[in-house]
Design a protein around this ligand. Structure first.
Ligand SMILES: *Cc1c(COP(=O)(O)O)cnc(C)c1O
Length: 425
């Protein structure tokens, strides 16, 4: 098959048999029937491919995993119940109590909390670094027990761009994999593996689904990290007693990570995607290239318009030449397209932010981004409303900041709606 993104997004992962359904069928079954105990034993020993229980794999979910692996250029993928579950699974596959992770401080709030609070409770220590610091400075965060370095291609909601090649070099110098959350960019705008990342995670809830119908996540393995050579991952190169002595690198070569993620973490924690959910994600993937391109074009036009608006003090969007991340966006994002999400800061502060939200007519106030419908959120009066102005600034959010996720409506209508609401601010 052609390896162009548009073709893979329609055809990878599922090929109908003669007379079979043209569209990926929903395999709504928890279990699968076999003719003999021998056949089942081979599945349990991971010696034969196949399905035996939907927590571990399901034909519909499997097809979507193969499609996403193809789009990212990886050797394998595993869908999870949410983006949070994807990050949890990726980390728990390689780190345990007593280990340490280095993480960019600009990551998604849910990821920050998972790292700063829940991993700490589980005995996995995390050091946050400023991704704009020098490589020498960032290197100081790495320790003997460090097992991974984590960051986001386009951070939500800071909208900074992660310098993936430079970060991969730092991670590899310390013999650990670089894990990149590629949610906002999607593999259409950026394939982190092409720049040295080793593992990619996504919240498929955002652009991959794109229609705001299904929460989900995915972990993708590049197959490039050498777990044996690193010397820091004994669990990959010694016997897994919970799998009667299986050695992941020996049995599965460059798929050791993604097999271990499924065989251990999915088996034991059960954070699986459903067949129905995977079906929705697949529908979204089929049009991802078209949608993300138009989202990005609309967002750039809206950003340029707002940048000139008298009531707006600042627009944060890497596609703007005024952005400190403009050069990195050109390096990492296809055609310099930067997704549909931007932030604007209103001169009138907290009240102005709330007034904008209250006066838009078409755009909807939502705790969501990356939807086909334009939506917006004022953190100071919603997600961060318990914080004082000073505390807000400390988390990089000003009182008048509004996050805008530009949808696929006609550009003129999006701008008109914002302008009319801004008139009332
Ligand atoms: C939304 C989001 C997540 C969490 O995903 P859920 O599907 O909501 O669990 C993780 N990372 C990024 C960048 C996100 O935007």
């Amino acid at each position: 098959m052609s390896d162009s993104f548009e073709t893979l997004s329609l055809h990878a992962g599922y090929c109908p048999e003669n007379g079979g359904p043209r569209v990926l069928p929903i395999c709504q079954s928890t279990t699968f029937r076999y003719e003999s105990t021998q056949a089942i034993a081979e599945l349990f020993d991971l010696k034969a491919p196949g399905f035996f229980y939907t927590r571990l794999s399901n034909p519909t979910v499997d097809a979507v995993e193969k499609k996403i692996a193809a789009l990212e250029g990886g050797v394998g993928a595993m869908c999870t119940s949410s983006g949070q579950a994807a990050t949890l699974t990726a980390i728990l596959t390689i780190a345990k109590a007593g280990d340490h992770i280095v993480c960019s401080s600009g990551v998604y709030g849910g990821t920050f909390n998972l790292m700063a609070v829940t991993f700490k409770r589980m005995g996995i220590d995390v050091t946050f670094i400023d991704q704009n610091a020098s490589s020498e400075e960032i290197s100081k965060a790495f320790r003997d027990n460090t097992k991974a370095f984590f960051g986001e291609t386009i951070a939500n909601p800071a909208l900074t761009i992660f310098d993936i090649s430079r970060m991969a070099e730092i991670a590899h110098k310390h013999h650990v994999p670089l894990i990149v959350d590629n949610t906002f960019a999607t593999p259409y705008l950026c394939r982190p593996f092409d720049f040295g990342a080793d593992i990619v995670v996504h919240s498929t809830t955002k652009y991959m689904d794109g229609h705001a119908v299904q929460v989900g996540g995915v972990v993708v393995d590049s197959g490039k990290f050498d777990w044996a050579k690193s010397g820091k991952f004994p669990e990959f190169v010694t016997k897994d007693e919970s799998y009667h002595g299986l050695i992941y690198t020996k049995a599965f070569g460059n798929m050791a990570f993604i097999v271990k993620a499924r065989a251990q973490i999915m088996r034991d924690l059960g954070l699986c995607q459903t067949a129905q959910g995977a079906f929705y994600i697949n529908l979204g993937l089929e049009t991802l290239a078209l949608r993300i391109r138009r989202h990005s074009e609309n967002a750039l036009a809206v950003a340029k318009h707002l940048e000139k608006h008298p009531k707006v003090s600042r627009v944060i969007y890497a596609g703007l030449e005024s952005s400190p991340y403009h050069a990195l966006s050109k390096k990492y994002l296809k055609d310099g397209l930067c997704s549909g999400v931007l932030s604007l800061e209103l001169k009138g502060g907290r009240d102005a932010g709330a007034a904008l939200i209250d006066n838009v007519k078409m755009a909807s106030p939502e705790v969501h981004v990356a939807d086909i419908r334009t939506c917006l959120l004022h953190p100071a009066s919603s997600t961060h409303r318990q914080l004082t102005d000073e505390q807000l600034v400390a988390c990089g959010i000003t009182p008048g900041l509004v996050r805008l996720s530009v949808g696929l409506e006609a550009l003129d209508d999006i701008i008109k709606d914002l302008d009319e609401a801004l008139d009332k601010v």
